[in-house]
Design a binder for this molecule. Structure first.
Ligand SMILES: Nc1ncnc2c1ncn2[C@@H]1O[C@H](COP(=O)(O)OP(=O)(O)OP(=O)(O)O)[C@@H](O)[C@H]1O
Ligand SMILES: [Mg+2]
Length: 373
């Protein structure tokens, strides 16, 4: 029999496959209901996108809002941004109104855009023909005018929002801010993992978005709740696993959502009914072995100092005093200033993160791999 794996590692399926986040979900819904924009921050792969989708799942049944989600990670300029934004509006319109083409004509007028159909899927898309930046700005205004003219409220989630800081045009932030403030039927959720960039957008005095959004930091899931969730998935299909072993694995994986999901997805795949220590170890071995090639390559991206520091951080698991003499001596890392330079590079490359003054290797499997060296 083909049992669906209850630990999906991509996308959001339904509440059944989503562990907890009840408090966060209610907080976000309440912020929307009370007209506060919200910025969702966390380490990478902790569950921001999943949470947004989960919130949307709740809001969908209420039918009070039109829900737009788009991810701007792959965008590099304002024109890309407009393209992604228009695409979701188009898809949304198609869902709600039968004469959406007619309706959209008003939206497309004056923004040098036309509807084209994807050759393969037949899905409608908007094609733009901009001549200059003013036309791009004009199209953003047109989008917001269009949304503003609708009778329903919108919740617009823009994922990987920090990306706009990298656009060559520097005025999008200010332009968006104006519209974000003016339209009272639009509620925003901004989300991203670059804490530094996002926080500076929303909390630096003088930046357009200064204090215009409530900041929510997404932490790790509660260990006991996550353990119950995992146990329930195994028990449901008649697999036995000791709760203490689940807890032990959650500790080892630092309750890091993606890595927990991935590990248990692989463990679930094994047909064995009884899941014991030996099996858990074997699954971990397999995961690390498969990643050998990738991790060896990572090594080539780093200088010797950086790699040695990374290895030391992995071995310590959570190191606080990164330039203490004890740590430097123990791993033969040279001077404090060398380590300071190396740590900066490792954080820039997203190999290491710092959270509450503790340094850790970002990729939990890479950490385990490094520990074995
Ligand atoms: N509460 C949850 N219960 C179960 N699985 C979850 C939960 N939250 C997230 N996941 C899963 O964990 C993985 C990472 O989550 P997600 O993609 O939402 O993180 P993210 O913070 O948006 O990551 P990124 O920074 O890379 O965009 C996904 O596979 C997702 O399905
Ligand atoms: Mg995401």
């Amino acid at each position: 029999m083909n049992i669906k794996n209850p630990f999906p590692i991509t996308g959001y399926i339904s509440p059944e496959y989503f562990c907890d986040r009840e408090e966060e979900t209610q907080k976000i819904i309440s912020a929307i209901a009370n007209n506060r924009n919200l910025t969702l921050l966390s380490l990478r792969r902790m569950g921001k996108t999943g949470l947004i989708k989960h919130v949307f799942h709740h809001l969908e049944s209420e039918k009070e809002y039109r829900l737009l989600y788009f991810d701007i990670l792959s965008t590099t300029n304002t024109a890309d941004f407009v393209r992604e934004f228009s695409k979701v509006i188009l898809l949304d319109e198609r869902k709600y109104s039968s004469n959406f083409f007619k309706k959209l004509l008003s939206f497309l007028t004056g923004i040098r855009a036309k509807i084209v159909f994807d050759n393969l899927t037949g899905a409608p898309e908007i094609e733009f023909d901009y001549q200059n930046n003013i036309e791009i700005e004009r199209s953003i205004e047109a989008i917001f005018e269009y949304i503003g003219s609708q009778k329903t409220d919108y919740v617009i989630a823009i994922d990987e929002f920090q990306q706009i800081v990298n656009y060559p045009e520097k005025n999008l932030e200010a332009l968006l801010r104006t519209h974000v403030q003016q339209r009272n039927n639009v509620h925003f959720i901004f989300s991203g993992s670059n804490k530094h960039l996002l926080l500076s957008m929303f909390s630096d005095y003088g930046r357009p978005f200064y204090q215009s959004s409530e900041i929510m930091y997404l932490n790790r899931l509660d260990k006991d709740i996550y353990a119950d969730f995992i146990m329930e998935k195994f028990t449901k299909v008649g697999k036995n696993m000791d709760r203490n072993l689940v807890l032990e694995m959650l500790n080892q994986l630092h309750i890091y959502t993606f890595y927990v999901q991935y590990f248990f997805n692989r463990l679930f795949e094994i047909s064995s009914k009884n899941i014991d220590n030996a099996l858990v170890t074997k699954v971990m071995e397999n995961i690390l072995l498969e990643r050998d090639y990738t991790y060896i390559n990572y090594r080539n991206l780093l200088t010797t100092q950086q790699f040695n520091l990374l290895k030391a951080i992995a071995k310590e698991e959570n190191i606080q005093q990164i330039n203490s003499q004890v740590f430097l001596k123990k791993y033969n890392l040279g001077s404090a200033s060398t380590v300071n330079r190396a740590i900066k590079a490792l954080i820039d490359k997203e190999m290491v993160y710092e959270e509450s003054s503790i340094y850790r290797v970002y990729d939990v499997f890479f950490e385990k791999w490094l520990q074995r060296l």
